[in-house]
Design a protein around this ligand. Structure first.
Ligand SMILES: Cc1cc2nc3c(=O)[nH]c(=O)nc-3n(C[C@H](O)[C@H](O)[C@H](O)COP(=O)(O)O)c2cc1C
Length: 179
């Protein structure tokens, strides 16, 4: 089974980005094991002095990345770039190389003309840490707040089929990349 770790850059309870990834998890075929990363708000502020830290949230993050064959991100844009909490998560992976050569992609749920600063920064940081960015699995699938149903999932068929396509691309890439 190919395991994909889903990381949302939003800590908001009614987040559209988290709803998008929850939907990916709900509709993924059985052969894909999705794992939900839900500890973003609990990560301590990155401090290089603590990089060898035994902080349980940092250890859990590194373990979840290590256990995954690929990572799929979905993040809002704050002030033209990544939310600080997601950049903080990524900073914890720099020194230990957790994302090095890890197949990664992202879904942008912001409407056209928005969210490009976050996507560009994500690409830049993931490039810096040496992640295996699979651009063919990255795409924009807009999700409005009203697109999220009472069960917390994105209702629109267009989103669901687009998300399955991107997930499939990432998984096939990860399978090819695995020796
Ligand atoms: C502090 C803050 C800053 C934001 N800055 C931007 C921005 O620079 N560009 C943008 O397109 N949207 C910006 N937004 C809008 C969010 O990206 C948008 O509300 C998004 O849907 C939030 O994602 P979520 O629903 O997953 O929490 C900002 C929102 C907040 C709260």
């Amino acid at each position: 089974m190919t395991v994909v770790l889903l990381i949302s850059g939003s800590t908001r309870a009614a987040s559209t980005n988290s709803a998008a990834l929850r939907t990916v998890s709900a509709i993924a075929p059985d052969a894909i094991g999705t794992r939900w990363y839900d500890d973003l708000a609990a990560l301590p502020a990155f401090n290089p002095d603590d990089d060898g830290s035994a902080h349980p949230s940092v250890l859990a993050l590194r373990e979840q990345i290590s256990d995954a064959d690929a990572v799929l991100f979905c993040t809002p844009e704050y002030a033209g770039t990544l939310p600080g909490s997601l950049k903080n998560l990524l900073d914890w992976t720099v020194g230990t190389g957790d994302l090095y050569e890890k197949p990664v992609a992202w879904i942008t749920v912001a409407p056209l003309g928005r969210g490009d600063g976050a996507a560009a920064t994500l690409r830049s940081v993931l490039g810096y840490v040496g992640a295996d960015i699979h651009l063919e699995a990255c795409g924009r699938l807009p999700v409005l707040r009203e697109d999220v149903g009472p069960d917390g999932l994105v209702v629109a068929d267009e989103f669901r089929s687009g998300a399955l396509d991107l997930l499939g691309r990432l998984v096939r890439h990860a399978q090819r990349a695995t020796p």
